[in-house]
Design a binder for this molecule. Structure first.
Ligand code: PGA
Length: 255
């Protein structure tokens, strides 16, 4: 029997919701979402709103927090950057790595993604690794090739350092053409990509690979969340735009 993975609902706020807005968001969201022990909710505020958001959720230990990015170095002269240890000190448990905006807007390579994976892992934080193909790659039938390449590169960085951390990893399949476009993947296409990811995880990490949750992300809304969550192989959702409204995010978390 396939392992039962508890659904993960993750909100990526990107460069939205500053400290004041984040705190107001939490007040409203928490009144619409009561703690549930059958799912995990993770919020990824901006670095500058992180502490404010976390403070606003103090009474709700069921809400977990992560940061959207860290630098690959331990510390140093990197103006404007955040380190993994600073993120941990602020209360983060998760770190988004390899998000398509980091890869395709900021030019982060597979190699840098691998460095960040090992940095985050050695700090004891859980990497949420994003993988996904661009539109042309899907059109050319290269979807599985791209996601397997991204997974192998990222895990290489991890296995070299600390194999025990594999059990903390979360994967998010986010087809680039579906992010912020209103074009959601068909549930069957999401399932097919998730199956390819699962096969690769099982091959490279055995039974630990079987337990890694695989989230879908890309134009998820309160209207399509239940259908996507019900798709075979989809263990949760990573949500951008629709996570910025407290009621719509609460509806997704209750899906
Ligand atoms: P979206 O973003 O839900 O706005 O498409 C998802 C993501 O980039 O994580």
């Amino acid at each position: 029997m396939a392992p039962l993975r508890r659904p993960v609902l993750a909100a990526n706020w990107k460069m939205n919701l500053g400290p004041t807005a984040a705190s107001a968001f939490l007040e409203s969201y928490l009144s619409h979402y009561a703690a549930r022990d059958d799912r995990t909710v993770i919020l990824f505020p901006s670095a500058i709103a992180f502490s404010s958001a976390r403070h606003a959720a103090e009474a709700r230990p069921d809400i977990q927090f992560g940061v959207q990015n860290v630098h690959s170095a331990e510390k140093g002269a990197f103006t404007g950057e955040t380190s993994a240890s600073m993120a941990q000190d602020a209360g983060a448990r998760f770190v988004l790595i390899g998000h398509s905006e980091r890869r395709h807007v900021f030019g982060e390579t597979d190699a840098l993604t691998a460095e960040k994976m090992s940095r985050v892992a050695s700090q004891g934080l859980a990497p949420v690794l994003c993988v996904g193909e661009k539109f042309e790659e899907r059109e050319n039938g290269e979807t599985n090739e791209v996601i397997v390449r991204q997974l192998r590169a990222a895990f290489e960085g991890l296995l070299e350092n600390d194999a025990s951390v594999l059990g903390t990893v979360v994967i998010a399949y986010e087809p680039v053409w579906a992010i912020g476009t209103g074009r959601t993947a068909h549930p069957e296409d999401a399932s097919a990509a998730h199956a390819a990811i699962r096969a690769e995880l099982s091959a490279s990490a055995g039974s630990i690979g079987d337990s890694i949750p695989i989230l879908y992300g890309g134009s998820v809304t309160a209207l399509n969340a239940s259908t996507l969550l019900a798709a075979p192989g989809v263990d949760g959702l990573l949500v951008g735009g629709a996570s910025l409204d407290p009621e719509s995010w609460a509806a997704i978390c209750n899906a």
